[in-house]
Design a protein around this ligand. Structure first.
Ligand code: IFM
Length: 417
């Protein structure tokens, strides 16, 4: 497999790897009994805050030239309007080291993580988030634009909204469809404003959103209820947001923007792809009998081809696969997962410029805690020892050769019979 111009990188998010005691919505949530499956908190994670040098050396071992990372808003702005110069310097140092190592950072400004003070004011449900977020964006871009030129304004607004406001499994633990749509609308509006601010400060910047996308397929192909359910979910969970955050088209069930007026508000489409939804009536589920990962998510590379083909036909923009990966504690199927998803991306013929594997190291997986293992690099949470997995070695080989060589295939993927 020849990757052509497709470049490989790895992805992380601040709250999931940094460790420490920032006052975020997640640190507060994890402190409540029963919220996190294994009772863990983000305070340990991968202790990346203290191990930046070690982790940059590991990125060097993988050979990647692209690294997607997040910023912890609560560290940078611990009280409203007061920015912490120490935290800013920490990120400046990290970004400088990355660039010195020949690695281009793609920086996420919001990845499910609100400062505690914003959460207290209702965060994205109320009018509090927009001015606070824009102030944060303005300050951070001004301070980091000499080191960063690629930005993700918001990660997976649909997942943030549905897990926190519909399913109630994430902070703030609500169960309300109107609230979910309000949060989505506020995030879509915030992205458009942030896009303009970043471009005003840094005209050459590349700005986008990391969208969580999946195919929604009716469980019973000719059942009208399943078909309708799949269509409605696709629109409500992703298509309406994609339109609003790419071409400024706000339509039901979202609101905001200027009616009838379209405008470009993304320089690339970020795609986070993990699985498909198998819809029965109004219930999204998993196809019975399919191959799944450790979290029960269907492994379905063809879904990536389908999504990319659809997106490329809808928006004339380059595509970054900003996340793709799988929970596989024993690394039994991750090597094949990676190769098959890269093949699926190439098969789409879509203008995919980047592929960031999720995750660089094992990460604190939100309400699932420390259990799921997504890393190319295995983490021993007790000792913080890092070990590159077989899949990580394969990935490094693909980075070095611009694709999968016959030798690598034989070494990492051939099944002996
Ligand atoms: O770990 C998450 C990440 O924070 C957002 N996208 C999906 C990943 C795996 O669940």
């Amino acid at each position: 497999m020849d990757l052509g111009s497709l470049q490989l990188g790895v992805a992380t998010a601040a709250t999931q790897i940094e460790g420490g005691h920032a006052d975020t919505n997640w640190h507060r949530w994890a402190a409540q009994p029963g919220r996190i499956k294994d009772g863990s908190t983000p305070a340990r994670a991968a202790d990346h805050w203290n191990r930046v040098d070690q982790d940059i050396a590991l990125l060097g071992e993988l050979g990647v030239r692209h690294y997607r990372m997040g910023l912890e808003w609560a560290r940078l702005e611990p009280t409203p309007g007061q920015f912490d110069p120490g935290a800013l310097q920490h990120y400046r140092d990290e970004l400088t080291k990355l660039r010195d190592a020949g690695i281009t950072p793609l920086v996420t400004l919001h990845h499910f993580n609100n400062p505690g003070w914003l959460e207290e004011k209702g965060a994205w449900l109320t009018g509090a988030a927009l001015p606070a977020y824009l102030r944060f964006v303005r300050h951070i871009v001004t301070q980091l634009k000499d080191l960063v030129s690629e930005w993700i304004t918001i990660n997976e607004p649909n997942v943030y909204a549905t897990e926190g406001y519909l399913r109630g499994l994430w902070p703030p633990g609500h169960n309300s469809l109107p609230e979910t749509l309000r949060v989505m609308s506020h995030m879509a509006q915030a992205h458009g404003r942030a896009y303009d601010i970043i471009h005003a400060l840094q005209p050459g910047a590349r700005v986008g959103v990391a969208h969580h996308l999946r195919p929604f397929d009716p469980a019973r192909r000719i059942n009208p209820l399943d078909r309708l359910g799949a269509k409605v979910m696709e629109l409500g969970f992703q298509t309406a947001l994609l339109d609003a955050m790419t071409i400024g088209r706000f339509r039901f069930p979202l609101w905001g923007g200027t009616p009838g007026k379209l405008r470009r508000c993304a320089d690339f489409i970020g795609v986070n792809y993990y699985e498909r939804s198998w819809v029965r009536g109004v219930n999204p589920g998993t196809r019975p009998g399919c191959v799944t990962n450790d979290l029960g998510w269907e492994i379905y590379p063809e879904g990536l081809t389908r999504l990319l083909t659809h997106i490329a036909g809808r928006y004339p923009l380059p595509i970054y696969i900003t996340e793709n990966g799988t929970a596989d504690a024993t690394d039994a199927f991750r090597p094949r997962f990676i190769v098959e998803h890269l093949q699926a991306a190439l098969a789409s013929g879509a203008p995919v410029q980047r592929y960031y594997h999720w995750c660089f190291t094992d990460n604190w997986e939100w309400a699932e805690g420390e259990g799921p293992r997504f890393g190319l690099v295995e983490l021993d949470y007790e000792t913080q020892a890092r070990t590159i997995r077989k899949s990580g070695r394969l990935y490094a080989d693909m980075v070095a050769h611009g694709g999968l060589t016959d030798e690598a295939y034989g070494r990492w993927l051939r099944v002996s019979v």
